[in-house]
Design a protein around this ligand. Structure first.
Ligand SMILES: Cc1cc2nc3c(=O)[nH]c(=O)nc-3n(C[C@H](O)[C@H](O)[C@H](O)COP(=O)(O)OP(=O)(O)OC[C@H]3O[C@@H](n4cnc5c(N)ncnc54)[C@H](O)[C@@H]3O)c2cc1C
Length: 744
């Protein structure tokens, strides 16, 4: 690695700070003077009128984007179809998939809304195909099958056509040469070219994307004139395209493998004095991205060049901290940096991810007005930090543009940016109002194969009912509504959060608390967990438990599936006698347990969940050492076990609790019918030794049964059979551990 250590301390602000605290700070500084507000109203109104006067200049594509928004079943089906066509290699599977998806959408009602021929043709073909093959309408028989065969090619043609339409709308060219030709003939704005492709899955993918960036930089560089930065073209780079493991847990690889690649590309861009911007991606990669950027930017070979830049997302609660960090970085290195401020394109993903991972809170705001408020606050700060930072305001929102123009106070030193295929009328009006305002167009380049992820974000943006472009295009919405200031919409810190978006821990309330997860992208939390797991070094000895008492006996060594020479603990297997005793104990305890009030049974399961949560590090250590699980899988497995306990406790309270229930069909009450049935034997599979084991037991216990449980025999056989150990030891050249009955 050639980069020098970062000249600033690590970037570790709170991952998901309290919205109220942020709102208090933002609201206090958001009010402008009346004369400023009046000027903003005038400018924004003019821009909105221009957008509304634009009409359908794009052959109906924008209308189609709204028609097939991702919030509709049809939009989703269309994307899934597109994906199927791109990635499913054999036609038969693709066709089956197509039939399945079309059955879920109401394409037939999308036929005639657009006036544009091509859009109509696409919608018609999709609609027709859906009609021909939708389940229930197509009888099983010769005619049906024939219709099916006729329908599927039509679907393929329609989907391809829809993708081509949208692709040609959002992509400047399939190759960098074609894109450069188009850009030069357009003359006018600056360009930042984006080579489509992200989220490399393999080293070969990453190499392909690297080559594509490198070739593009050469091509762009060769066609530039001698204007100085910032009035020069640029390239936008996604770190996720440059490494297949661009994730927090692979930090070492990222810093040693990705950073040199990034520096190599940056040096190339420097050679042509281009603008080189690193796009902003998901929130869990922010800390890592900042570290990568600091390491690359700090490389001595890049000194004397002002074109290095990054994108910052204002929907992230850490946006202000990133600005302060990069400003400090630039200051310490005595360099300039270009900073693109965006609101952020992964909002839905961020919300879903935080819920799915059971985080304490969201790293992004949940109200759009908070994002807008933060955007303006960040814009103000960036304007203050000129010229060390060169602000690039990327937005298609007329009110945001008008506010920034007011805050910039006629002083230059910044630019506005739009995406190719969006914001045309707004930016044309901006140019007419004041030709001195600098603008840049972000221009994706590539084939349809790499378009999908980008297109999904554009569909979300164009179809969302909170999105400025969607509302501005709707004449029924009064201009005054579009001029409402974020500060007025939020009003008070108490309204900083969206009332309907629960925090991840409360997702299943009032039934139950969600199990707590961890964000590996928050380094402090990850390090804390790793330290706790590493501290779990105590010897492990497992033995059968009968009625809560461990049974002594001959033990055998349990070895690690990763390193068969390492003993992770001792286990004493149950004998047939033990099993008989366990069953006898369970039979004896059944009456008392089944008569224990449901609420008491549920409370015991809740307590088990809390204990599992408290002892998370211990269970992770066990799952990793004995089961060979990754950290991520271990955390998921423990969370599943905890959720099982709480889920059955909550369901059990409902079914067996004290509230009166409806009588069953024979007049008896449900509660009477839902009684414990006796003793259950549970044998859990080897691959989820904690989660499924817990799930089986807790369900039966909650229902008032007693349980005798054991893991599947394969759990240890898979790793520890003497033959297997001998063969593994042979292949590793080490002697096998003693698995004989050596300890009592
Ligand atoms: C030149 C350019 C480059 C870009 N590069 C990037 C990039 O590197 N990384 C990236 O992520 N995006 C990038 N984008 C996409 C950008 O994030 C979106 O285009 C932008 O958010 C749209 O904002 P707007 O002001 O045009 O529209 P608006 O309609 O005013 O804002 C829409 C945005 O508000 C936010 N939002 C919506 N609902 C909520 C909610 N309930 N709570 C909180 N926030 C909400 C979202 O960020 C949404 O995108 C880029 C855009 C441009 C123009």
């Amino acid at each position: 690695m050639t980069s020098s250590p970062s000249p600033v301390s690590p970037f570790e602000p709170p991952y998901a700070a309290d919205d109220r605290v942020i709102a208090t700070r933002l609201l206090a500084a958001a009010r402008l003077r009346t004369d400023q507000d009046l000027r903003i109203d005038r400018t924004a109104t003019r821009l909105i009128e221009a957008i509304r006067a634009e009409g359908d200049r794009f052959g109906g594509v924008k209308e189609m984007l709204r028609e097939f928004a991702l919030s509709t079943k049809e939009g989703l089906a269309l994307m899934v179809l597109a994906e199927a066509l791109l990635r499913v290699p054999d036609a038969r599977t693709a066709d089956q998939f197509i039939e399945d998806r079309l059955g879920q959408g109401d394409f037939v009602h999308h036929e005639t809304k657009s006036s544009a021929f091509l859009v109509n043709a696409s919608a018609w073909a999709l609609g027709m195909s859906a009609r021909v093959i939708s389940p229930g309408e197509t009888p099983e028989g010769t005619i049906g099958r024939l219709a099916k065969r006729l329908g599927v090619p039509a679907v393929r043609a329609a989907t391809r056509q829809a993708m081509r339409l949208m692709g040609s709308h959002f992509v400047l060219g399939e190759t960098i040469e074609a894109a450069l030709d188009r850009a030069h003939s357009a003359r006018g704005p600056r360009y930042s070219f984006d080579m489509l492709g992200e989220g490399a899955r393999t080293a070969a993918d990453a190499q392909r994307y690297f080559n594509s960036y490198a070739t593009a930089i050469d091509a762009i560089g060769h066609t530039t004139d001698d204007r100085p930065l910032p009035d020069r073209p640029g390239i936008s780079v996604k770190l996720s395209a440059l490494h297949p493991r661009f994730e927090a847990v692979s930090r070492f690889r990222v810093m040693t493998e990705l950073v040199p690649r990034l520096i190599a590309l940056a040096r190339k861009a420097k050679a042509y004095d281009l603008n080189f911007t690193i796009d902003a991606e998901e929130a869990d990669r922010l800390e890592l991205s900042v570290e990568v950027i600091a390491a690359a930017f700090g490389d001595a070979s890049l000194a004397g060049w002002d074109g290095f830049g990054l994108a910052i997302q204002a929907y992230q609660k850490r946006a202000a901290a990133v600005i302060e960090y990069v400003d400090q970085l630039a200051q310490n290195l005595n360099r300039r940096m270009m900073v693109r401020l965006v609101k952020g394109a992964y909002w839905d993903t961020e919300i879903k991810r935080a819920q799915e991972r059971g985080l304490d809170d969201y790293p992004v705001f949940t109200r759009k007005a908070m994002t807008d408020l933060n955007y303006i606050s960040c814009a103000r700060r960036l304007l203050d930090l000129r010229p060390r930072l060169f602000p690039q305001f990327a937005t298609h929102n007329a009110l945001t543009v008008a506010t920034i123009l007011e805050l910039a106070d006629g002083n230059g030193g910044f630019e506005f940016q739009r995406l190719h295929g969006m914001g045309d009328a707004l930016y044309a009006q901006l140019g007419q109002d004041d030709p001195a305002i600098a603008t840049r167009t972000y221009a994706p380049v590539g084939s349809h194969r790499d378009l999908l992820a980008y297109l999904v974000r554009r569909l979300l943006e164009n179809g969302a009912n909170s999105s400025f472009v969607a509302i501005a295009a709707d004449d029924a919405v009064p201009v005054a509504t579009l001029l409402r200031r974020p500060v007025d919409i939020v009003g008070s810190p108490d309204h900083a959060r969206h009332p309907k978006i629960r925090t991840p821990p409360d997702l299943y309330q009032p039934q139950r608390v969600n199990s707590r997860g961890i964000e590996f992208g928050e380094r402090a939390a990850l390090n804390q967990l790793l330290a706790a797991v590493a501290a779990e070094t105590a010897d492990v000895a497992a033995a059968p438990l009968i009625d809560g008492t461990a049974v002594n006996g001959v033990t055998r060594a349990i070895v690690s599936p990763i390193d068969v020479t390492s003993v992770v603990g001792q286990a004493r297997d149950a004998t047939a006698d033990d099993a008989a005793q366990a069953i006898a104990a369970a039979v004896q305890g059944f009456r008392a347990w089944s008569q224990t009030p449901a609420d008491t049974r549920a409370s015991i399961l809740d307590r088990a969940a809390s204990l599992l949560e408290q002892r998370r590090a211990r269970f992770i250590a066990l799952l990793q050492r004995e089961g060979g699980k990754t950290l991520d899988d271990s955390v998921s497995e423990i969370r599943e076990a905890i959720d099982f306990c709480r889920y059955y406790a909550a369901e059990g309270r409902k079914l067996f609790g004290d509230e009166p229930m409806m009588p069953g069909p024979t007049g008896e009450s449900n509660r009477l019918r839902l009684r414990g049935r006796g003793v259950f034997v549970a044998i859990s599979p080897w691959n989820f030794p904690l989660a499924i084991f817990t799930g089986q037991i807790t369900a039966a216990l909650m229902a008032g049964n007693c349980v005798v449980a054991k893991p599947a025999e394969q759990t240890w056989r898979a790793w520890c059979s003497p033959a297997r150990l001998r063969s593994r030891a042979r292949s590793t050249g080490r002697s096998p551990p003693k698995t004989d009955r050596s300890r009592r």
